[in-house]
Structures are given as C-alpha cells and as structure tokens.
Design a protein around this ligand. Structure first.
Ligand code: KG4
Ligand code: ZN
Length: 357
C-alpha cells in the first residue's frame, strides 16, 4: 500500500501545472487592488489603494462611499499593476476577480471592470472566493525575494478577517473541508468594535495591538468562549463583558484604563484563536498549519501560534495579511490550471460561504 506521502508525490508528478500569469482584481471591501502573479507564487506587481482615511471619519466602512471610491480608483490601480510588472494585458493569461463574500456594491465594481477587460482582451475570467484568496496568501513571495517553502498538504487553516473567522482543513489545492466558524462577530469585527468603544481609531486591530503594548493582559479576566465539542467561535460574550466594564467605569466617573482593557481583550481573543487551532490540529493531525486574513497581522496571535513546535506554521508577511489582489491572482492560478472558467454573466456572491467551494 502506498503511504500518503508517496500518493501525494505521485499526484504532483502526474499533473505538473503549466506556467501562467494571472491578473488579480480585488474590491470586496475598502481596498481597491490589482496584482500580477506568476505560477501562483511569484508577485510581479501588487497595487493596493486603501480607503482607510476616507472611512476613518465614520469609524467604520460606509458601503456607498466604498463602492464609489472603487469606481474612481479601479482603472488606475489595474493600469499601475501592469506598469509595475513591465507587462501589457497581452502578457496575461487570465483574469481572476473576487466574486464574494463582501459588500455587494464594492464587489460589483471589480467584477464589472474585470468582465470588460476580459471581453476587450479575449481573456478567460475566473471568479474567486475572497477567503480562498486569503488561504493562498502564504504561497506568495515577491519576484526579488528568495522563494519561500511551499505549504504542504494536508493543512489546517485559520482564516481570521474583518468578516470571517474560519477553521478549514485543506486536503489539496482547492479541496476544502470547513470545520467551523464564528457564530456571531468575526475576530476582526470584534477588534474594530472594541476599538471604537475604547475611543481608538479605525481600523481597530492595529489600534488595539498598539494600545495593548503598554497594557496588562491580566488586569481584566474576560471570558473565553471555548464552545467545546464544536470548531466554532463566538466573540459576542467577550464584547459584552468589555462593554460592561467600560460602562461601570464611566458611571463611576473613572478614566478608562485603555491599555489594560485593550491588552486583556486581545489576550482573550488570541488565546481562543490559537488554542482552538491547536486543539483542531491535534484532532485532525495536518502536516502543517496556515494562518491568514487581516487579524493574522496581529503580533500576539503570530507569537502564540509560532511558539508551539509540533507543526510548521505558514503565516503571510504583514503586508499580505490584509486585503490585496496578489492572493486573488494566486488562488486564480490554481483554479485556472484546473480548467475553471467563468461566464461573462456571472454575478457577485456577497454571502458566498467556504462550505460551497
Ligand atoms: O482581511 P482583511 O484585510 O479584510 C477582510 O477581509 O475583512 O481584515 C481586516 C480586519 C479588520 O477587522 C482589522 O481590524 C483586522 O483585520 N486587523 C487586525 C490587525 N490588522 C488588521 N486585527 C488585529 N491585529 C492587527 N494587527
Ligand atoms: Zn480579507
């Protein structure tokens, strides 16, 4: 009987993927992004036009403002991605565009632009799930960097972003088994909401991380929702617990110990995210771990998963944790070389779950 490793090797040897350059387009939230990636791994260019400053005044993303800003930025962002790679659209083999999940009005801008470009240049178009994009971010490296070791299957992945917190087993390229996800707020959403409560700036993740640097993570023992017997997460109880402490201190006219609150909150989120990932790793025994999504930029979370030495861990560099189009082009390569092509009448899927991939 062939052991697993031999089977995997045989499979790779049977089907080497052909070379291809993919143009990725991403507009699911508040970043307008385009990128060219070669062979699913090498970033030839990556342009991200962030709308953070625009939304900071609202303390969160204002959907209509986001979609209109995408319209203003998309043409020049794609043009710059081609220029930075010293390529023209004729040098590209396919266009991969984020189809969902995300804000409908924002997704539509990238989708329509990508369709127009595909039609005008006779290129195939492939709709990509944004979370699948995040999953492919650890494969990427810049053309001027040393190639990174390729993640090895089966992988256990934790994807933590502003909209999602998911535990996923990746058996092989584009082969997923969703184990669980958040029942209420996503991890990033919890960071953003607590930051607002503490008077910290948007986006909340980096602000909480910074405030927490000078804080005592043990000052407040906030609840950890382990949800034993499932691979789900819940952060609403934690959010309510922080809110209760803040209200009590306000009623007593006491100044908010922002650093201690931020550190204690961050410790509770990180302990559950890292803890449940390790529990799942021990249960499913993957070869390696993969952490991705905006919250994977968090230093405490990175440290917590890198501290263990049972499983090698792949985490993208900080600039590839948050939204970008290189990850969409990366995922697009594996779908393109698996012969996926989408029709020009495909619609966006604002609530597209990983379980349907
Ligand atoms: O993946 P992403 O850029 O967009 C979505 O797909 O949602 O994730 C954005 C989320 C935001 O909620 C942001 O607060 C969070 O990632 N984030 C962080 C950090 N950097 C970004 N959360 C914790 N610590 C960070 N350093
Ligand atoms: Zn994202």
């Amino acid at each position: 009987m062939m052991v697993k490793d031999e089977l995997r090797k045989a499979k790779t040897q049977r089907s080497p993927r052909p070379p291809a350059r993919i143009l990725g387009v991403e507009t699911s939230c508040d970043e307008t992004a385009a990128s060219i990636v070669e062979n699913g791994r090498v970033i030839l260019s990556s342009i991200v036009a962030s709308q953070v400053d625009l939304h900071a005044q609202f303390g969160g993303i204002f959907p209509e403002v986001a979609s209109r800003q995408h319209i203003l930025s998309i043409y020049s962002v794609v043009e710059k991605a081609l220029q930075q790679a010293h390529l023209t659209i004729k040098d590209v083999d396919a266009i991969a565009v984020t189809r969902g999940p995300g804000l409908p009005g924002s997704l539509v801008v990238g989708m329509n632009f990508a369709k127009g470009l595909a039609l005008g240049s006779s290129l195939p178009i492939i709709g990509i799930n944004h979370l699948e994009g995040h999953l492919y971010s650890p494969w990427l490296y810049r053309a001027d960097e040393e190639p990174k070791p390729e993640p090895e299957f089966p992988l256990l992945a934790l994807v933590v972003s502003g909209g999602h917190s998911e535990l996923i087993l990746i058996q092989d390229h584009i082969t997923y088994q969703r184990l669980g996800g958040t029942l209420d707020d996503a991890a990033g959403e919890a960071f953003d909401k607590i930051a607002r409560l503490l008077g910290l700036s948007y986006p909340g993740g980096p602000s909480i991380q910074k405030a927490a640097e000078n804080g005592n993570p043990h000052r407040f023992e906030f609840p950890r929702a382990w949800l034993e017997g499932s691979w789900n997460f819940s952060f609403s109880g934690l959010k309510t617990a922080v809110l209760r402490v803040v209200r009590k201190l306000e009623e007593q006219d006491q100044p908010l110990p922002v650093a201690d609150l931020a550190a204690s909150f961050q410790a509770a989120v990180v302990e559950v995210l890292a803890g449940k990932t390790m529990l799942a790793a021990n249960e499913f025994n993957p070869r390696e771990l993969l952490i991705a999504g905006g919250v994977s930029a968090n230093r405490a979370l990175r440290q917590a998963v890198q501290e263990q030495d049972e499983f090698p861990v792949h985490i993208p560099p900080i600039w590839l944790c948050t939204d970008n189009a290189a990850m969409i082009a990366g995922a697009g390569y594996y779908r393109f070389t698996d012969n996926q092509r989408d029709a020009l009448d495909m619609d966006v899927l604002p609530n597209w779950p990983v379980s349907e991939l």
